[in-house]
Design a protein around this ligand. Structure first.
Ligand SMILES: *Cc1c(COP(=O)(O)O)cnc(C)c1O
Length: 334
């Protein structure tokens, strides 16, 4: 296979961007190859700058659930672009998308559109802290929730400890309120609640862990989290940035039948455009500005072109018969 153009572009890119990339995983370090520079894609196929054709199993890490260049989605975005790329003001597409999301995630009684999964999680945690008036949060070792400071932490040993920053540039102050538990280990969670119960604003979890390989929740684990958070007045956040509209049209929450207080969505919900959202119980979301005192804003939030992609992606999922059965069949086959 000839990858000389990709190699050349990679060399050039390295002079402009750290490691030649705009997101570290794209450097293909773990794959042991030079990053491929993509020219275009269609359906299940993707083509690099050297003209090599590949089956794309990555699907942009989730968003391309309909395959590349799904025509109705592309057309919806084109039509939106023709009307203006951004208004910095309200438009009715925001309502349509919110309605569609709420239809499938009824526990998101109110929601806010943002630009990335990182931003959705960061904002959900801020809202949970504002709502509870508490500082601490619990996250699980191995769960990824974006790159905001307070969530970039790892456990010291296998034991649950006070979290220490897992990368340079994150201060101890930023992570001192992040407590770490072990996924599928109820005891590790119980211990944290015993010690810090009344101080814990939120517990955040990938309801089906997908960023340390796919690790499904053991039977009863999510139910346990639901119960213990309820008992302590802690906001249960399902980070469904990757599972939302993937495990089912109602995400992991619907699939496993456990209802969180708050949910974050990203990836698929934006249909390939930079769009994500967070939402949940009315009384929590009413804490968010301008209704409440939790500030969160965004120049491009609810961007009309991104919203158009989200709306059409969900409509496609809804209208293609047996969409998830077929997806499961293909996944099982692979
Ligand atoms: C991808 C991902 C994020 C981060 O989303 P970005 O859009 O990359 O910021 C957060 N949580 C989970 C579970 C994810 O898979």
């Amino acid at each position: 296979m000839n990858t000389s153009r990709s190699e050349q572009l990679y060399k050039t890119a390295c002079g402009f961007m750290p490691g030649g990339v705009n997101s570290p995983v794209r450097a293909c370090k773990a794959v042991g190859t030079v990053p491929l520079f993509i020219d275009h894609a269609k359906g299940s196929r993707i083509w690099d700058e050297d003209g090599n054709e590949f089956i794309d199993y990555v699907c942009s890490w989730g968003p391309n659930i309909l395959g590349h260049c799904c025509e109705p989605v592309i057309n919806a975005v084109k039509a939106a672009c023709d009307k203006g790329l951004t208004f910095g003001a309200c438009h009715k597409g925001e309502i349509t998308l919110a309605e569609l999301i709420k239809k499938h995630f009824p526990s998101m009684e109110m929601l806010r559109l943002v630009n990335s999964g990182t931003e959705a999680v960061m904002s959900a945690i801020r809202a949970a802290r504002g709502y509870t008036g508490r500082d601490k949060i619990i996250k699980f070792e191995g769960c990824y929730h974006g790159h905001s400071d307070g969530l970039l932490v790892k456990a010291g040993s296998g034991l649950m400890t006070q979290a220490i920053p897992s990368g340079a540039g994150v201060t101890e102050g930023c992570t001192k309120d992040t407590l770490l538990a072990k996924y599928n280990d109820t005891e590790s969670v119980e211990k944290l609640f015993e010690e810090y119960g009344s101080e814990i604003a939120a517990l955040i979890v990938e309801p089906c862990a997908a960023n340390m390989g796919v690790v499904p929740p053991e039977k009863g684990f999510l139910e346990f989290l639901r119960e213990i958070t309820k008992k302590h007045g802690t906001v249960l956040i399902f980070d469904e940035v990757i599972t939302g509209f993937r495990l089912s049209e109602g995400g992991a929450s619907k699939y496993f039948g456990v209802i969180p207080d708050m949910t974050t969505l990203g990836k698929i919900v934006g249909g390939g455009m930079p769009l994500a959202c967070y939402g949940g119980k009315l009384e929590i979301m009413q804490c968010v500005a301008p209704l409440g005192s939790v500030y969160q804003a965004g120049t491009l939030s609810g961007n009309p072109c991104a919203v158009a992609a989200g709306i059409e992606t969900i409509r496609q999922i809804e209208s293609i018969p047996n969409f998830y059965e077929e997806l499961d069949r293909k996944s099982a086959m692979i």
